[in-house]
Design a protein around this ligand. Structure first.
Ligand SMILES: [Zn+2]
Length: 69
C-alpha cells in the first residue's frame, strides 16, 4: 500500500516513496520544509522534493492524504 496526496480540485495525485506518517508530516509542515529547502543544496530526499512540488503546485486547493493499493 502506498500513500500520497490527492488534489480534489484537479483530480491529480502523486505517491512519493514514503510511509504514511512521513506523508502526513510533510503536508503539515510544508512551510517549514520549504524554508529548510531554500538553505539546503541538493540535500533533500526525492520524496520530499516531489511532495513539496505537488503541494506547491496545488497551493490553496483541497489536498487530502490518500492511499493506493
Ligand atoms: Zn489542484
Amino acid at each position: 500500500m502506498s500513500y500520497g496526496y490527492h488534489c480534489e480540485e484537479c483530480e491529480e495525485a502523486i505517491f512519493p516513496a514514503a510511509p504514511r506518517t512521513d506523508i502526513t508530516w510533510l503536508k503539515n509542515r510544508q512551510h517549514l520544509v520549504k524554508e529548510v529547502q531554500s538553505h539546503v543544496h541538493g540535500g533533500l530526499d526525492t520524496w520530499i522534493v516531489e511532495g513539496i512540488e505537488f503541494l506547491d503546485k496545488h497551493v490553496g486547493h483541497s489536498i487530502v492524504v490518500t492511499q493506493k493499493r
